[in-house]
Design a protein around this ligand. Sequence first.
Ligand SMILES: [Zn+2]
Length: 258
Amino acid sequence: MGLYRTDAIVLGHRNIGEADRILTLFSPVKGKIHAVARGVRRPRNHLLGGTQLFTYSNFLIMESRNLDNISQCEIKESFHKIRANLEHMAYGLYFAEMLRASTPIEDKNQELFRFFLKTLYFLQEWGDLELLSRIYEIKLMAIQGFAPEIFHCVSCGEKLSGKMRFSPALGGVLCAQCLKKDTKAVDVSREAVAALRIFIKKPYRELISLDLQENVKKQLKNALYPFILHHLDRKLKTIEFIDDINCLKVQTGMTGGK
Ligand SMILES: [Zn+2]
């Protein structure tokens, strides 16, 4: 047991006792870890800034038999723009929950760390957050080793043509001949499948100005969300928060985060 230093992003936190806070951190060298910031909720505590959600810091951590202790932290990027906007915050929580649910404790994955950090930078600037969510979902699943089959039929392996459906359970697109292989498969148009392909292939910066038709976006949501739930094998609590915010937007006539 000893001291170690690591960069990490705060994925979640929970207050305990009078002044402590347990953090779920995501580190490029340690993966997902839990650590406690003791006394952090007391006035003028030097750790407070670094324990806020999504903050990216360099931490000095003391190993302990039970829960590691945070001794110091130096903020590299606070991502305050995400926390300052309810809609951005809701999507940030959704992204973090999906990451936590798909990552075991102390499973180091530098590619996943770089991807999540990049996602937070883009989340601050992105206009259509529903579209960003679809891109994040498929990229995350691909990095975690669950990329859906979207180039050939997931059942027979033939080239896709004609009517297609997406099967969350089988993990990909079914061709016209195989539609019956999964009665719960959802309709996807040629445009929706083309969108999935570019989400996988292209980096965020080339997708930020992408404009898709509403019906295509709806199909992508209907396909990807059940696909993720199938792999995570649990419901995501934050999705209700996002639905509530989207309902509120419709009721109040808000037009999105642009
Ligand atoms: Zn087929």
